[in-house]
Design a protein around this ligand. Structure first.
Ligand SMILES: Nc1nc2c(c(=O)[nH]1)N[C@@H](CNc1ccc(C(=O)N[C@@H](CCC(=O)N[C@@H](CCC(=O)N[C@@H](CCC(=O)O)C(=O)O)C(=O)O)C(=O)O)cc1)CN2
Ligand code: MET
Ligand SMILES: [Zn+2]
Length: 774
């Protein structure tokens, strides 16, 4: 009998109950007890659902108040030095201080670095290690959850991130591998103790997630796996080693030889690894197959899967387990409420709950004789998939023709950056160290309420439009008052920088409830690219016209780049991503042309996800970068030489993609660097980056407001490495998640810092001039 288990489920709540509760708790509107109750209810619902579905194990440990990796840091006492030496905080106060930063009078303790979880749009909080870190186990919180789950009377499986991946994802003072690996032994001791405790608590299985095994691992890390699992192999509770987000490739033998009872592999990202795994599995090991996609929302081709699974089942029997490729954290809860989607699309989708049902059906089809109920369900699934695949929207002939006619010149600007810079400066007349922002301004209650009212039909579109117009003019006035040099319209009309374009570009649909956690309480509603993408009307022109009329200062149009539109949407899989990217690039190219006609000669094409979509394996990266860069260039190279193309990137390590960033050939890049700007500045210098750069000089992800002194100091540091005429001054990302009360003083400080630096530089030049004359 094939068994069914789930690697992990979404946790924010079908109506984002956890988000609302957290934010109320942070505002002081509800008590800790009330928050705890919300978490309890959500966990119970997820477990009950698994029980109802017939999952053979109930998954525990996938819940988190903010982030699962942070939970591990606290469970293993991996507290960053500044917090160990800082104020003594307890419980939620200490937990959220690490997540969101802490201010104690004038003393500021920054939060842990927030990094991308492999190639997803989920962000984890990196454990921070140093020579004095002292791993120690405190599993109280997890054991409580095990206790709760056990009341359901089903076998419990606890999910943890494995010790090697946990260290792989951590940051060490000094930043080297030995610095991280030196903690492995002590950490493994904690895991061993934890496994004992879980066994005592009646846990049937423990799943150790080791997605790091699907990356290019240095030898020291491969041997770390052997050492660690030799020790954990004596665990009294059986272990499942879970790998996902890619194939195991050269780590297959390593993974299969570790002394664990079961290994999970991702057959969605790497179907071909099944044969190798079967070959090398050995006589006793259980093989868990991730056959249902945890990263995308298309209904599975169950007949095809069954054709693959049947012989495996015959061979392995009980030793075959079925699951999703990875945790379902990355998909929304359920499709059936999405009644604004056209039927042909809705029927072709599977969110977390439908995916669990798909697994249950697969399990039934394998384990039981095929009765008519099973046959009917399989047939209706197959027909829904067919209907979607053959839909005419998938093959829009004018779009295909345009795509075929793209030439190499279309991806190449006619002038060099230096020539363009001269032309652009003629019209823009920007001062040294120009100040700007990344695009969005605070999305306050009034803006969101207006959007909700529009959705609920309580106000007309004209009314909505008027309110957004007011927000745009107010934002313009505020920027003028602050003295910023390049203004933006503020993006009030965008729920999200990707979802908004999904509403306007043909070939996309957006959902009503399809929320996915991005970090902490923040969620996104990824739109769905199901057809050929094309621009029917202006994407931003109506709003930009309002902004253009409101000011004479340089104004920057805001677009989301093709790669990011893809990375943060759910994307069709029947044509190559490169083709989707070019379709989107053509939409943006047309938009930039129209912006120019409106008199807007600065356009920012945001690509914050350029690094995120980079394949985990080096050997796959060049192919990706080729089409990603080509699409960006297709979007932007139609602009006049006098039009200044900006791009913006954030949330990533950029050091290894500097040559690619250069190849985008943007005139200005504003780039996140606030949690380590000097490293970035070094990278830019080493890469010989000569176009303009704005290394974000403060972190917008915390409520801490920077002072002019701090910012002036940062700027001075940056200017030691980059020539002043190359540098822009800006925050490190958009301001939509902040309040005006935070944004105004922060930008005031930023503008003042830039002005002070400008004066200092002018003074230096003047003195130099005097010195030269003498
Ligand atoms: N797609 C995407 N990925 C990204 C980013 C990004 O900006 N977009 N940035 C990086 C970090 N990730 C982020 C992800 C989410 C948010 C964020 O602020 N999300 C908002 C939701 C934004 C949104 O769609 N807002 C809707 C409001 C939806 C809503 O909650 N409405 C309420 C009512 C209004 C209210 O009371 O707020 C309801 O329907 O009940 C709107 O503007 O209209 C949130 O979780 O709070 C920020 C950064 C990386 N990945
Ligand atoms: C995640 S990058 C955000 C860029 C966008 N223009 C903004 O300011 O919000
Ligand atoms: Zn950003």
């Amino acid at each position: 009998m094939a068994q069914l288990h789930l690697l992990g489920l979404p946790r924010i709540g079908p109506d984002r109950e956890l988000k609302w509760a957290l934010e109320k708790y942070w505002r002081g509107d509800i008590s800790a007890e009330a928050l705890i109750e919300v978490g309890h209810t959500l966990r119970l619902a997820a477990w009950q659902h698994q029980a109802d579905l017939g999952a053979d194990l109930i998954t525990v440990g996938d819940f988190s108040w903010y982030d699962g990796i942070l939970d591990h840091s606290l469970m293993f006492n991996l507290i960053p030095r500044r917090f160990r030496e800082g104020p003594s905080l307890k419980g939620f106060a200490s937990y959220f201080a690490l997540a969101r930063g802490h201010q104690d009078g004038s003393r500021k303790l920054g939060p842990s670095p927030m990094l991308k979880w492999f190639d997803t749009n989920y962000h984890y909080l990196a454990p921070e290690l140093d020579a004095d870190s002292h791993p120690q186990l405190d599993a109280t919180a997890l054991l409580e959850q095990v206790g709760e789950a056990r009341t359901l009377g089903r076998p419990v499986k606890v999910v943890l991130v494995g010790p090697v991946t946990l260290l792989w994802l951590s940051r060490a003072e000094g930043g080297t591998d030995p610095e991280r690996l030196r903690h492995l032994e002590a950490l493994t001791t904690c895991y061993a103790e934890l496994l004992e405790n879980l066994h005592t608590a009646g846990v049937a299985w423990v799943q150790l997630d080791e997605p790091a095994l699907c990356t290019d691992l240095p030898e020291s890390w491969r041997s770390a796996y052997e050492r660690t699992y030799q020790r954990l192999g004596s665990s009294p509770v059986p272990l499942i080693l879970a790998t996902y987000f890619d194939g195991l490739r050269e780590n297959m033998t390593l993974a299969l030889q570790l002394p664990v009872a079961a290994v999970h592999i991702d057959l969605v990202r790497s179907p071909s690894q099944l044969a190798t795994a079967l070959d090398r599995l050995g006589p006793n090991k259980i093989l868990s197959l991730g056959v249902i996609d945890g990263r995308n929302i298309w209904r599975a081709d169950l007949n095809k899967l069954l054709a693959t699974l049947e012989p495996v089942h015959e061979r392995l029997g009980d030793r075959l387990w079925l699951s999703t490729s990875c945790s379902l954290l990355h998909v929304p809860y359920r499709v059936d409420r999405e009644n604004t989607l056209p039927d042909f699309l809705r029927h072709g989708l599977a969110f977390a709950e439908e995916k669990q049902a798909e697994l249950a059906l697969l399990k039934a089809a394998l384990n039981q004789p095929r009765d008519t109920t099973i046959e009917d369900q399989l047939a209706s699934a197959a027909s829904a998939v067919d209907t979607l695949l053959s839909h005419p929207e998938r093959n829009h002939s004018p779009t295909r023709t345009k795509l075929r006619n793209i030439s190499a010149e279309d991806r190449q600007r006619t002038e060099t950056h230096a020539e363009r810079k001269r032309l652009q400066q003629r019209t823009l007349k920007l001062p040294l160290l120009p100040t700007t922002t990344i695009g969005s301004f605070p999305q306050d209650q009034a803006i969101r309420q207006a959007r909700k009212a529009l959705r609920d039909g309580a106000i007309s579109y004209d009314d909505y439009r008027a309110r957004m117009a007011d927000a745009i003019t107010d934002t313009i006035r505020a920027q003028e008052a602050l003295g910023l040099d390049v203004l933006v319209h503020g993006e009030p009309e965008r729920t999200d920088m990707v979802e908004y374009f999904g509403e306007r570009i043909e070939g996309f649909e957006t959902t009503r409830h399809g929320w996915v956690q991005s970090y902490g309480s923040r969620c996104v509603k990824p739109p769905i690219i199901y057809g050929d993408c094309r621009r029917r009307t202006g994407l931003t022109l109506d709003w930009m016209a309002i902004a253009r009329a409101a000011t004479d200062k340089p104004l920057k149009g805001m677009l989301t780049g093709p790669v990011t539109l893809i990375a943060w949407s759910f994307v069709r899989e029947d044509i190559p991503m490169a083709a989707v990217a070019d379709q989107l690039a053509l939409c943006l190219r047309e938009e930039i042309e129209d912006l120019e006609a409106l008199g807007i000669t600065i356009a920012q094409v945001d690509e914050p996800a350029l690094r995120e979509l980079l394949p985990l394996r080096k050997s796959d990266q060049p192919t990706y970068m080729d089409w990603a860069i080509a699409a960006f260039r297709l979007a932007t190279a139609g602009a006049h030489a006098s039009t200044q193309i900006h791009t913006h990137m954030c949330y990533s390590q950029f050091s290894d993609i500097m040559p690619n960033i250069k190849a985008l050939d943007a005139d200005v890049i504003t780039i996140e660097a606030a949690r380590g700007e000097l490293a970035l500045v070094h990278d830019l210098r080493n890469a010989g980056y000569t176009a303009d750069v704005g290394p974000g000089i403060y972190d917008i992800h915390t409520p801490l407001v920077p002072t002019q002194t701090e910012l002036q100091f940062r700027l001075a540091e940056i200017l030691q490495y980059l020539p002043a005429d190359q540098v822009w001054v800006n925050p490190d990302c958009g301001l939509k998640t902040r309040s005006w009360a935070e944004v105004k003083p922060a930008l005031q400080a930023m503008v003042a810092a830039a002005r002070a630096q400008r004066e200092a530089l002018t003074e230096k030049t003047r003195q130099k001039g005097v010195a030269e004359k003498v």
